[in-house]
Structure formats: structure tokens, C-alpha cells
Design a protein around this ligand. Structure first.
Ligand SMILES: CC(=O)SCCNC(=O)CCNC(=O)[C@H](O)C(C)(C)COP(=O)(O)OP(=O)(O)OC[C@H]1O[C@@H](n2cnc3c(N)ncnc32)[C@H](O)[C@@H]1OP(=O)(O)O
Ligand SMILES: CC(C)C(=O)C(=O)O
Length: 413
């Protein structure tokens, strides 16, 4: 039976959001939380960019050491061989990234108005196919090909593009609703047609410009299943992403778990999703990105399970199922971070010393694998984030100092 998988793109699409930012250590934490949630794959960033290289090496080493569970790590490149050739050089312990997504615009609109004659349809296919071959020749296990602006691309060319991707060795095709104009019935139909014509899973990549990103992702996935293919859904934590964001990770998972639609409930999620980390991840992400959660954020907003009006309060007090769809406990506890507690709290950070460091680590029950290295990493990571380190961040530093040191070239040697 075909299954649903989640491919989170917070570390690629989320971090490129205007007016927000995430340090390389913050991006590492995203991978850590995705691993805890049981998501299949994380698009970790841009391995062909010089400033991502130490971070990518650290992620490869951390994955090898087991810090991210079974999470697969993938790199995003433009769908041109030059980017791929740079990306595949990036290695840690002799290993590079095993998974890639390679992207190129396919709509006539973007060919005319973005590429402005530099690439026509034929050239788009040639560049993309050469990029896929370069990734496969370098040993990539899976390659997804992104049709940027896929939702504005005519069906005939989209099929031709996807078949050429398959022929070149691609394992999946990502259909991007880049400017968020798709709608549930339309995307489902287009996915079902494309997936059955091409015989590959089609990935959803839905933006939220009309507030439809989650609905479109769910319906695109149903189109895949209808065609007998696995569905891969792109998401971002808290729905972050360019402009009005991407499909929210938690909402999309909850839709499959709790919608009244039997088609959704009966769809099989192939990833070992553990939502008991959901609140910790969302709140951490809101803090790290510096982007407050709306009160009505699905599952994790302050009001997601709050009742005030008479009839609702009465009903919820009698049985919370009167006005709530599922048990909030399934989302796990809210974080209780040391730095956020009132009163006298000893913290450790960029300007900390050994006494404070030891006191804090002891309080967290963390035994640093290498005290000297972890101490320096606390200072360096805090200098990157510019915000007090959270308990989960400190624990990760205590446990994986050798691998995290790769974030800071020169330090690990
Ligand atoms: C919808 C999306 O999310 S796409 C991903 C967006 N993310 C990013 O852009 C982050 C990473 N990007 C970068 O670091 C830089 O843009 C780089 C390194 C890729 C390119 O930098 P620069 O050479 O300075 O180019 P710049 O960013 O100004 O313009 C983008 C260029 O890439 C071209 N381009 C855009 N998409 C693609 C593509 N998929 N394949 C090939 N070329 C592309 C544009 O046409 C433009 O080239 P042109 O000026 O010759 O027309
Ligand atoms: C480049 C792709 C993956 C994208 O982010 C988009 O089209 O929105």
C-alpha cells in the first residue's frame, strides 16, 4: 500500500524567509527535533554555498553518530550541474549527503520573465537532466527534481519534464505551488495524472499565499495515493516560509490523524511520527526564529485548547471532546527552559565560566562527553544564536561536542 512521508524544508525554505534568521547551530537543532518527531527527511540547506559547508559537514557527522535518529538529510541545489558538482565535494569522515533535491523553473511565465530567454523549455530539461546525472554519478541514493512554479506549468510540459527526470535517474518529482495559487481539487487531479503518467512519487511543495497550503498538500498527496505512488509532503515548522509561508508540519500531520474524511484517516503514514515532541519543537522554533506564535496556531498556539464563552466553557468542562478534536496531551509538554524561569537562575553562555557551566549541566542531568570542548561550544553556539541557550540545546552540546565542533572550522582539528 502506498504511504505518506514527510520531507521538512524548514532548513531550506523556512530559513530563507524575509525578516527572520536562524544560526547554523539553530539549523542543527531543527534537524535534531525533526529526528525526534520521526519525520523521514530534512532538506538541510544549500551544500553548494560556502557558508553552509561547515554546517553540512557537522550534520553528516551528527547523523552518523545517531543524533537525528533515522532522519535522512538532503541538500538543495539549483537544477544545474555546476551547483551539484560543488555540493558533492562536501564530506565529513569521507561521507557526503546521500539525498538531493535539484530545482529549476518550468512555467512559461518564469521562463519568459525570470530566465528572460537564457533558458527555454529544451534547455531547462537538458540542465535538469545533467544535474540529476551528476548527482547520481557522485553516488546520491535519491534525487528529487523540483519543478519550480509547477502549478503554473502546463500539464504536457510538466509530464515531459518529469519523464526526462525519471530517465536521467530521478527518484521523485517535486511539484511546487511556488506562489500558492493552487486549490485542493485541482492539485489532486494534477497529481493523480502526473504520478500515473510518470510512475514516480510526486512531492507536494505548497505555499500559503491563499491560506490553502495544508489543504493543498493533503489533497496533492491523495492524488499520489490514487495513482498508486507514495506521497512526499514538504512542510515547515510553524508554517514558516517565504511570504505567507509553507504547509505547517504539525497541521498536515494532524489532518491525516484527525480529519473526519475517511480518505485521510485511512491513508498510511510511513514515518514513525511521535507528536510528543511537537510543542517543544514549535515553541523552540518560535523562540529561535524570533517569530511569535499566533494565539490560534494549530495545536501549539496559546488558545488552541482554551475556552471562555459560556456554552463552550460549560461543554468543555463536562467533556473536552464537546469542543476539542483530540487530546492535547498527544502534543507533549511545553518546554520548561531554565533561561525562562523566574527568580535566581544561573545560566551559561557566551561569557560564562566553568562554575556556571558545571552547575547548569548538572542541573540538566547532562554529563558532557568532553567538558573542555562542550564549554567552548556553549560559548560559540550562544555567540551565534544571540539568545540564551535552551535546555535541549545545552543537552545536545553536552552529548555531541566532537560533531558539533565541525560547525566551527579550525576548532575540530
Ligand atoms: C522558490 C525558491 O525557494 S528558490 C530558492 C531560493 N533560495 C535561494 O535563492 C537561496 C540560495 N541562493 C543564493 O545563494 C544565490 O541566489 C545563488 C548563489 C544561487 C546565486 O547568486 P547570484 O549568482 O548572485 O545570483 P542572484 O541571486 O542575484 O540571481 C539568481 C540567478 O539564478 C538564476 N536562477 C534562478 N533559479 C535558477 C535555477 N533553478 N537554475 C538555474 N538558474 C537559476 C536567475 O535567473 C539569476 O540569474 P541571472 O541573473 O543570470 O538571470
Ligand atoms: C524551489 C522550490 C522548491 C520552492 O521553494 C518553491 O518553488 O517554492
Amino acid at each position: 500500500m502506498p504511504q505518506i512521508h514527510f520531507l521538512d524544508v524548514t532548513n531550506r525554505d523556512g530559513v530563507q524567509t524575509a525578516r527572520t534568521g536562524l544560526s547554523k547551530f539553530g539549523k542543527t537543532m531543527v534537524n535534531f527535533y525533526l529526528g525526534r518527531l520521526g519525520v523521514a527527511q530534512s532538506e538541510i540547506g544549500f551544500p553548494f554555498l560556502f557558508h553552509e559547508v561547515p554546517y553540512v559537514r557537522a550534520q553528516i557527522a551528527l547523523a552518523e553518530a545517531g543524533a537525528f535518529g533515522d532522519l535522512r538529510l538532503s541538500g538543495w541545489c539549483r537544477g544545474v550541474p555546476q551547483d551539484v558538482e560543488k555540493a558533492v565535494q562536501v564530506k565529513a569522515g569521507g561521507k557526503g549527503l546521500a539525498h538531493y533535491n535539484l530545482s529549476i523553473s518550468t512555467s512559461d511565465y518564469m521562463l519568459a520573465n525570470k530566465f528572460r530567454g537564457k533558458l527555454d523549455r529544451g534547455a531547462v530539461i537538458r540542465e535538469m537532466a545533467a544535474a540529476v546525472r551528476a548527482a547520481k554519478a557522485a553516488g546520491a541514493e535519491t534525487v528529487g527534481v523540483n519543478a519550480e512554479d509547477g502549478s503554473r506549468t502546463d500539464e504536457g510540459f510538466l509530464t515531459e519534464f518529469a519523464l526526462a527526470a525519471k530517465e536521467a535517474g530521478a527518484d521523485r518529482v517535486r511539484y511546487c505551488d511556488t506562489i500558492g495559487g493552487d486549490a485542493p481539487d485541482r492539485i489532486r487531479e494534477r497529481f493523480a495524472k502526473l504520478a500515473s503518467a510518470v510512475g514516480l512519487p510526486i512531492e507536494t511543495h505548497c505555499h500559503n499565499d491563499l491560506g490553502l497550503a495544508v489543504a493543498n498538500s493533503v489533497h496533492g498527496a491523495l492524488g499520489d495515493l490514487q495513482a498508486g505512488q507514495d506521497a512526499w509532503i514538504n512542510t515547515c515548522v510553524n508554517g514558516i516560509g517565504e511570504r505567507s509561508g509553507n504547509a505547517d508540519l504539525l497541521s498536515t500531520i494532524l489532518a491525516f490523524r484527525h480529519s473526519f474524511d475517511p480518505q485521510l484517516q485511512e491513508s498510511e503514514i510511513g514515518d514513525p511520527i511521535d507528536l510528543s515532541w511537537a510543542r517543544r519543537f514549535s515553541l523552540w522554533a518560535s523562540y529561535a526564529f524570533g517569530q511569535p506564535l499566533p494565539y490560534n496556531q494549530v495545536g501549539v498556539g496559546r488558545n488552541a485548547f482554551a475556552h471562555e464563552s459560556g456554552i463552550h466553557a460549560d461543554g468543555a468542562l463536562k467533556d473536552h471532546g464537546n469542543y476539542e478534536l483530540y487530546d492535547e496531551e498527544t502534543l507533549g509538554p511545553f518546554p520548561d527552559d531554565r533561561h525562562a524561569r523566574p527568580g535566581r537562575v544561573v545560566l551559561t553562555g557566551e561569557y560564562g565560566g566553568k562554575a556556571g557551566f558545571r552547575h547548569v549541566m548538572e542541573g540538566l542531568g547532562a554529563e558532557p562527553a568532553d567538558e573542555e570542548l562542550s564549554f567552548k561550544l556553549v560559548q560559540l553556539c550562544n555567540a551565534q544564536t544571540g539568545r540564551p541557550l535552551t535546555d535541549d540545546e545545552l543537552r545536545l552540546i553536552a552529548r555531541y561536542p566532537k560533531e558539533l565542533a565541525l560547525l566551527f572550522p579550525g576548532m575540530a582539528e
